[in-house]
Design a protein around this ligand. Structure first.
Ligand code: PSV
Ligand code: MN
Ligand code: MN
Length: 389
């Protein structure tokens, strides 16, 4: 157990979690956006807020950008600002879902001119990558159809394959293309990349630097997400997570809030495949919007939830598990997992933070810092996150 604990501490010390810039702007549902005092007014301030999360947790050194939500004139300046704050720019997310031209699709659109426009947007994103030092282009395809017969499902896949090939060709050798899937919304009959299988098929056709993004909120209820994690790891194509929690739809709530056991089961597959290593190629990102809860504490809580699930997964006694599995002892095998899941890992994480010179409780440390009161005083007219902006 002491060995396991020591190894867990070592692995946790190397873990990093990427934050989404859009978690720091005002956001809401299609019904209402609740503004919050002190919310970031531009991408520079979003980075400042993200840096607070890193400051108190010590494990969130990267921030994903969303283009055009995070449009600035000088990306070199934005990257330098990040560096000054002790963080760096992570993945660049493209946006194919807020333009009138995309009513019938973007990369799958029947009209070649619309497809060309959507591809050109990715050229712009690659330029942002070059200027910020980002190495991941993340593409979520919002295309789909609402009615049977609306368009030819197969022709849409062929057009998509061609568009993706053109985007892949834009990348520099150190760049990766991360392709996200989602089973519904904004279209409700057939999404063009509804599932991991479709995403994987496109990635396999493109080449080794194309990988799948698994957003935990993008599956039907009851889906065994850890099975998908295992399968993508097996294929060497799990590029990243978009972590969030889902009760009903694409809820984008704090990861691990509804089902911490699911998060543990996911992290268990990650640890079992030795994919927690910083060089494993799997990027652990958050994709969340904090609608009613304060943004920075919301992200701190999310980071802590991922850390707790990871710590529990690291405490699984793999030897005992293998032995129970080998001997066909169903309940003992399950018991090994449950023992780890039921461990209170908060003292272990407090120890980890103290070893890094951090306060043991990042949430309380941030609350005491006075930062929230300062931004509420100084920032007027906070920015709305992308949705509905
Ligand atoms: C789509 O639902 C998605 O999960 C994609 O990752 C988008 O980029 C993100 O949400 C925006 O919040
Ligand atoms: Mn996502
Ligand atoms: Mn989503």
């Amino acid at each position: 157990m002491t060995d396991l604990r020591a190894r867990a501490l070592e692995a946790l010390a190397a873990q990093t979690i990427e934050l989404p810039s859009w978690a720091f702007g005002n956001s809401g549902t299609r019904f209402k956006v609740f503004g919050q005092p002190g919310v970031a007014r531009d991408p520079f301030e979003k980075l400042e807020d993200a840096a607070q999360v890193h400051r108190y947790t010590g494990v969130a050194p990267r921030v994903s950008l969303h283009i055009p939500w995070d449009l600035v004139e000088d990306y070199g300046k934005l990257a330098a600002h990040a560096a000054d704050l002790g963080v760096q720019i992570g993945g660049i997310n493209s946006n194919l879902f807020q333009d009138d031209d995309y009513r019938l699709g973007s990369l799958t659109h029947p009209d070649q001119r619309v497809r060309a426009k959507a591809i050109a947007h990715h050229a712009q994103c690659v330029e942002v990558m070059r200027q910020t030092g980002s190495t991941a282009l993340k593409l979520w395809l919002p295309d789909g159809t609402n009615y049977p017969g609306q368009d030819d499902l197969r022709a849409r896949q062929d057009r998509l394959a061609d568009s993706l090939q053109q985007i892949y060709a834009l990348l520099d050798p150190e760049h990766r293309l991360l392709i996200e899937y989602k089973f519904f919304e904004p279209y409700f009959y057939a999404m063009d990349i509804p599932d991991w299988g479709t995403s994987l098929l496109h990635c396999l056709a493109l080449g080794e630097r194309a990988q799948v993004v698994l957003d935990t909120g993008h599956h039907a209820p009851g889906t065994n997400i850890e099975f998908i994690v295992m399968q993508l790891l097996r294929a060497g194509r799990l590029g990243a997570f978009d972590f969030n929690s889902r009760n009903y739809a694409d809820d984008d709530l704090i990861v691990g809030s509804a089902d911490p056991f699911q998060l543990f089961r996911i992290m268990n597959e990650i640890v079992a495949a030795d994919a927690l290593r910083p060089d494993s190629g799997v990027n652990f990102m958050l994709d969340q919007c904090h609608n009613i809860e304060p943004k920075i504490p919301g992200q701190i809580r999310s980071v802590q939830n991922v850390q707790e699930a990871t710590a529990k997964a690291l405490l699984v006694d793999r030897e005992a598990l293998r032995e129970a599995q080998r001997s066909g002892d169903v309940l003992a095998a399950n018991g090994v997992l449950m023992d780890a899941y039921n461990t209170d890992v908060r003292p272990l994480l407090a120890e980890l933070r103290e070893s890094k010179g951090l306060e043991p409780d990042p949430y309380a440390a941030y609350a005491r810092s006075g930062y929230q009161e300062r931004i509420a005083r100084e920032r007027v007219g906070g920015q709305q996150a992308g949705w509905g902006a």
